[in-house]
Design a protein around this ligand. Structure first.
Ligand SMILES: NC(=O)c1ccc[n+]([C@@H]2O[C@H](COP(=O)([O-])OP(=O)(O)OC[C@H]3O[C@@H](n4cnc5c(N)ncnc54)[C@H](O)[C@@H]3O)[C@@H](O)[C@H]2O)c1
Length: 387
């Protein structure tokens, strides 16, 4: 195998599972530049596909082998770790097989779509003694990490409330781009590809990361979950929610109340997290801001890399593989985010209400009103007909 010059002495020999999707090239970009990784292999079930062919060539250029099944990657003795960039419904199956083959796993979000699957994955990891981490790049963003440090140091006093809005725009055609998009089950597995587990999960998880007291990677459980789930898009394949309103409390003493909304029906693409404390306020909107009682505003910026945060997640994975210890996004912690989402489905009795596309124009106002009035849409003083 050829050795690219960038490498440290003992890089993690990694195989990428899934080469053709939206996320696959970002991982290759990261590992091509990251001295902690040697691309040892890759696989995809659609080797003839144009995007897959392009990625496969990049891995061959780095000296890696290309296969058409993940089982072949796992059987390759040069591969000691895998990054899973295949769809959600395969995360459990591939992770469990990888641990059984003695490989370390860096899995794309969501860790899994069902808490029972997360438990099975965690058990497989524990039995193997290997590292299991989730690729949640926002956790590794400098703007987030620095803001978290200030919050944890008490910059805004006790945290009372958190308002997280994951506002994205997706066309109907987005839900027809691949067979698993928007589906509840796929190939007999839990898939739950709604806005909570697909787009929203980053900032649902990030909210827990920001306000859970103590050291990373600890993430608190969430209790007292309430939710309202809607479907505005009339895309034929979409079975899950495209809009979710969720509230809950961290299972820690003096927890703030969390108010989260996620939608693919917004006219803008903009996630925000606003944190209200007894002595001030913090806002993350791509840049972190802390406004504390009488102090000049502090700002926290990212490095401005191509995929902010991913490098730190990959580096923490490599460090744990070589030297042990926790990663920034251990399976054991990130599974709480999947549990939170499962509790949100249960709180809504799995009822995803159809809502008319003609009302999407007023959604921004409804979201703002739910946050102002600390309620779900049905509790608004002037509630919309669809709530
Ligand atoms: N972190 C992020 O910001 C981010 C962004 C996009 C997607 N994702 C996650 O990445 C995962 C993949 O999403 P996507 O949109 O790229 O999906 P996709 O369906 O577009 O692509 C997945 C790729 O995996 C391949 N694949 C499918 N089954 C396979 C198997 N059994 N073995 C090997 N390869 C297989 C497909 O052929 C395809 O090339 C999802 O879980 C998604 O949530 C994360």
């Amino acid at each position: 195998m050829r050795r690219p010059e960038k490498l440290i002495d003992d890089p993690v020999r990694i195989g990428q599972i899934g080469l053709g999707g939206g996320i696959a090239p970002s991982h290759l970009n990261e590992m091509e530049k990251n001295p902690n990784f040697l691309l040892a292999a890759g696989c995809d079930t659609r080797l003839g596909d144009a995007a897959v062919t392009k990625s496969a060539q990049r891995i061959r250029d780095a000296g890696g082998a290309i296969y058409d099944t993940y089982q072949q990657v796992l059987a390759d003795p040069r591969v000691e770790a895998v990054v899973i960039a295949a769809p959600h419904f395969l995360h459990r199956e591939i992770s469990v097989a990888a641990f059984a083959a003695g490989k370390h796993v860096l899995c794309e979000k969501p860790l899994a779509t069902h808490p029972e699957d997360c438990k099975i994955m965690l058990e497989a990891q524990r039995q193997s003694g290997r590292v299991g981490a989730v690729q949640m790049q926002h956790v590794g963003r400098k703007s987030m990490l620095q803001m978290r440090e200030r919050l944890q140091a008490g910059a805004i006093g006790d945290i009372r409330e958190v308002f997280t809005a994951t506002l994205w725009w997706r066309e109907n055609s987005y839900y027809g781009r691949v067979g698993w998009a928007g589906r509840k089950m796929h190939n007999g597995q839990w898939n739950l590809d709604g806005v909570m587990l697909n787009q929203g999960i980053h900032f649902i998880n990030e909210t827990l990361v920001l306000v859970t007291p103590g050291k990373l990677p600890t993430v608190a459980e969430v209790r007292d979950v309430r939710s309202a789930l809607y479907r505005f898009h009339d895309a034929p394949q979409l079975e899950m929610e495209d809009t979710a309103f969720v509230t809950g409390m961290l299972d820690v003493p003096g927890s703030p109340r969390l108010h989260l909304v996620a939608t693919t029906c917004a006219t803008i693409d903009r996630p925000t997290v606003e944190i209200i404390g007894t002595k001030g306020r913090a806002l993350w909107n791509g840049v972190g801001h802390v406004f504390a009682d009488g102090q000049p505003m502090e700002e926290f910026h990212d490095d401005g890399g191509e995929f902010d945060g991913a490098s730190l997640i990959f580096n923490s994975f490599a460090k744990a593989v070589r030297h042990g210890g926790a990663t920034m996004t251990d399976f054991s912690q990130i599974m709480r985010t999947t549990q939170f989402v499962a509790d949100a489905y249960a709180a809504a009795n799995w009822n995803i209400k159809p809502a008319p596309w003609s009302e999407v124009g007023s959604l921004g106002g409804i979201i703002a009103a739910t946050q102002r009035q600390r309620t779900l849409p049905a509790g608004l003083q002037e509630k919309p007909d669809w709530a």
